[in-house]
Design a protein around this ligand. Structure first.
Ligand SMILES: NC(=O)c1ccc[n+]([C@@H]2O[C@H](COP(=O)([O-])OP(=O)(O)OC[C@H]3O[C@@H](n4cnc5c(N)ncnc54)[C@H](OP(=O)(O)O)[C@@H]3O)[C@@H](O)[C@H]2O)c1
Length: 283
């Protein structure tokens, strides 16, 4: 069965290509082979390939950059999704689209369910929400998977940034007032395959289980690497002076995934252990 991964050179896209390849005929496209902001090009290329499934990881993911480049964010994260949806509809492919916990404002104190009302705090979240809405309105057969706090072996990520700073002997100052669920891209890729194989449609939340703050995540990273001498200072978000606001609480309720697939995601700490094992084996 033919699967197209759009955004295949990104952090998640690379893992998806690898994880789907043993069982599917996978094509991975990214810039410059496929620019999803170009409607005609997208439609033509997908009509030529005729995939059964399209998994869309293509996105403009620089959360702070989206504040000053809101037009680019909308072009890729919203109009790009509409273009893919039109192309998917034309060949009757199912479009699996990745979205984000940042569609929520963080005011909740209980994990967000897929049907909870979104209310993004930043331009990235608004563009991703717009993409979801355009996809739902498109008439294309689709599956939206919202996830969060991704790290994986094939991309720049928080885990490596913390280790780099720790190894350089720099004092670490990490935000302690945002709570979410760090998620290993390979675990997410497996869950996406489960959802596809279960024939799931609609909106799902998938992250590793449990939650922590970025500070707690950083502390776990250095502990698992036995760098116990490294000092980490918890700080409030405002000290970083970033241009995009982030939700204080963006934990996602994954029970729809669990009941649909009959599986639970492993905890974020186990996911991190698996990441280090994988990284060690492929180094
Ligand atoms: N990373 C996270 O923590 C996180 C959290 C929640 C949800 N998500 C969602 O998960 C998905 C995958 O994220 P990721 O972290 O793997 O992202 P990523 O590493 O930034 O990968 C995105 C890929 O899309 C490409 N791209 C950008 N504009 C494009 C266009 N017009 N046409 C085709 N490809 C284009 C990028 O190329 P360039 O690098 O050349 O721009 C990049 O290779 C995204 O939908 C993201 O919103 C991510």
């Amino acid at each position: 069965m033919r699967v197209l991964v759009a955004g295949a050179k990104g952090m998640l896209g690379r893992d998806l290509v690898e994880i789907f390849s043993p069982c599917y005929e996978v094509t991975g496209w990214d810039l410059p082979d496929l620019d999803i902001t170009r409607a005609e090009e997208t439609r033509g290329k997908i009509a030529g390939l005729r995939p059964r499934f399209i998994i869309n990881c293509a996105a403009y993911t620089d959360v702070d950059g989206c504040e000053s480049r809101a037009d680019l964010a909308l072009a890729v994260n919203a109009e790009g999704v509409r273009n893919l949806a039109a192309a998917a509809l034309a060949v009757r492919a199912r479009l699996v689209h990745l979205s984000t916990d940042y569609v929520f404002d963080g005011a909740s104190r209980t994990p967000y369910r897929p049907d909870d009302p979104p209310s993004p705090l930043n331009a990235y979240g608004r563009s991703k929400l717009q993409g979801e809405m355009l996809l739902r309105a498109s008439g294309a057969d689709h599956l939206i998977v919202r996830t969060a706090w991704l790290y994986g072996p094939r991309g720049k990520n928080f885990v490596e940034a913390i280790l780099r700073q720790a190894e350089a002997g720099r004092g670490l100052r990490v935000v302690n007032d945002q709570k979410g669920s760090p998620t290993f891209t390979r675990d997410l890729s497996g869950a996406i395959r489960d959802l596809l194989e279960a024939g799931a449609g609609g909106t799902f939340h998938v992250t590793n289980a449990g939650a922590c703050t970025w500070f707690e995540f950083a502390r776990e990273i250095v502990q698992q690497q036995e760098m116990n001498a490294v000092k980490i200072q918890p700080i409030p978000s405002e000290e970083l002076g970033r241009s995009a606001k982030r939700p204080a609480f963006s934990v996602l309720d994954c029970s729809r995934y669990e009941t649909t697939c009959g599986k639970k995601m492993r905890s974020w700490k186990e996911g991190l252990r698996e990441y280090f094992l994988f990284r060690g084996n492929t180094a």
